[in-house]
Ligand binder design. Structure first.
Ligand SMILES: Nc1ncnc2c1ncn2[C@@H]1O[C@H](COP(=O)(O)OP(=O)(O)OP(=O)(O)O)[C@@H](O)[C@H]1O
Ligand SMILES: [Mg+2]
Length: 487
């Protein structure tokens, strides 16, 4: 961290001198002012992190200086120092936004701690405020990018849901489709927007901790419970609780959850008292919850309770029109973040980005753009800096392994099957390489069953075995019986 600056304001030279010694010893950079006017000017020019301010100054009163420092608005910690602390002054000072009030003669240990606390509190407040602003900026309706019909319909629905009284909402979608983003969009478009938005991920925390985290605990509820602690339901009161990966909740917590949703009361761990809470619960899952219900891993009654209002975010490959608008949005974002001026994409990059089917969805796209923008020094992003899987979508077979249903960008065949999306890289390829990849893919898809794989490729089993041998895909002990055949 950069050295923090402290401005000392006192008309007595000796006081300034001794404060300077101490502050420098504590590692701060020190500025001095002997009167209020000078203090305001220095504060304006140098933006100190903290101000030690004597209440009695030759020109302005300390309180006046305090008020004007606060009006000029920058986040900084102000500590008042006075010879004869009067309670009224102290109260006024705190009201005007001073962090604390210290009497003379100064106790340097106390002063040191006060400065530290003041700096920390100011830093935290500034951070929270800027985060809050950031979240709002980023989740305002315009920052959920989407021009496809699926996304515009979804955003209309989200707006209605946000404004409704609904207290449980379920968001489902593959990883990286924007579940967190939509949850925040709901919160910040709702009447709860000025109340807390609290997020917790059920899969990231062991069950016993999760219970205490969600519901809180009374003092002495378990060995480490030295004091009462409020749970997130209480913290999020009147606001929104975002419960990510709800599919991972244990049966016990599923039952507890159902009770809160139905009765709107919680009980702390080790507690006997019901506590009323008014919380909108947004649950999210990237697993198919309905299937988890069928398989007996998730309570049906809880699922129905959650799914009253259910939002499904489609994977990016099913709304390809969103790809380029998202890219523009991310280029803009990283231009500002990295102070670059990338203009757009080359023709080839655009084709690759649109054709790739993004198994990691928007997150994967965002990461790809971030990486390319860090490395690119031309005005347009070139394919050179795209991740290998995007730039070489048909290298090996891995790129289309995950496409069990119609691969995005794939070509329909007459027999109801699909031809995988194939792109020839800039440097070219060989037909043999592609053929080999397809043979491998067919074998893999057929679980190694050669008859089945041959059928997938519409060739004879012998022809398949011939190709397998040619491409070195045959185990040595099988080679004997591989009959040579044309294709
Ligand atoms: N429509 C969108 N417009 C702009 N940015 C988006 C959009 N969808 C997702 N993003 C961005 O993509 C990244 C991933 O989104 P998010 O974290 O919300 O996904 P998720 O569905 O919660 O993923 P996971 O299941 O892994 O938790 C975030 O940086 C998010 O801001
Ligand atoms: Mg998420």
């Amino acid at each position: 961290m950069a050295q923090q600056k402290i401005l000392i304001v006192d008309d007595e030279k000796l006081v300034r001198w001794s404060l300077r010694q101490k502050c420098e010893e504590w590692g701060y950079q020190v500025l001095e002012a002997e009167d209020g006017g000078t203090a305001l000017r220095i504060a304006h020019n140098e933006s100190p992190d903290a101000v030690l301010l004597d209440v009695r100054l030759p020109d302005l009163s300390g309180l006046e200086v305090l008020e004007r420092l606060k009006q000029s608005g920058e986040g900084r910690a102000i500590i008042l120092i006075t010879g004869d602390p009067q309670l009224d002054d102290a109260k006024a000072a705190i009201k005007l936004g001073a962090y604390d009030f210290i009497g003379k003669p100064l106790d340097f240990d106390e002063l040191g701690v006060t400065i530290q606390n003041a700096l920390e509190a100011t830093r935290l407040r500034t951070e929270v405020e800027s985060l809050r602003g950031e979240v709002r900026r980023r989740t305002g309706y315009h920052d959920v990018v989407g021009v496809s019909r699926k996304m515009t319909e979804l955003m209309n629905f989200v707006r209605k849901v946000a404004a409704s009284e609904a207290t449980t909402i379920l968001i489902q979608g593959e990883s990286g489709t924007g579940k967190d983003l939509i949850a925040k969009a709901i919160h910040y478009q709702s009447t709860r927007q000025d109340k807390p938005f609290v997020a917790i991920n059920a899969s990231a925390i062991p069950e016993t901790l999760l219970e205490a985290e969600l519901f809180g605990h009374e003092r002495g509820a378990f060995t480490d419970a030295k004091a009462m602690k409020k749970g997130l339901f209480e913290v999020a009161d009147e606001g929104t609780l975002f419960l990510d990966e709800i599919g991972e909740l244990s049966p016990f917590l599923q039952a507890k959850m159902l009770r809160v949703l139905e009765d709107k009361v919680i009980r702390r761990v080790g507690g006997v008292r019901d506590i009323q809470v008014d919380v909108r619960v947004i649950a999210a899952s990237n697993r198919d919850l309905e299937r988890a219900v069928r398989e007996g891993h998730f309570r049906q009654d809880l699922y129905y309770r959650l799914a009253i209002i259910s939002i499904f975010i489609p994977p990016l490959r099913e709304r390809k029109e969103d790809t380029l608008p998202l890219v523009d949005f991310f280029i803009d974002h990283y231009n500002r973040k990295f102070r670059k001026s990338i203009r757009g994409l080359t023709e080839e990059t655009r084709r690759l980005l649109v054709n790739y089917d993004w198994p990691g969805n928007v997150r994967e796209l965002k990461n790809a753009i971030e990486r390319a923008m860090i490395l690119e020094d031309e005005p347009d992003l070139r394919p050179t800096y795209l991740p290998f899987s995007v730039a070489q979508p048909h290298a090996g077979v891995t790129a289309f392994e995950h496409t069990s249903s119609p691969p995005a960008g794939g070509q329909p065949l007459e027999n109801g099957r699909w031809l995988p999306p194939l792109l020839i890289p800039e440097g070219g390829t060989s037909l043999e390489e592609v053929e080999r990849a397809l043979v491998e893919l067919a074998l893999r898809q057929a679980g190694g069953n050669q008859t089945h794989a041959a059928r997938l490729l519409d060739i004879s089993r012998d022809a398949l075995r011939y190709k397998m041998k040619k491409f070195g895909l045959m185990h040595a002990d099988e080679e004997e019986s591989a009959a040579p055949a044309g294709s």
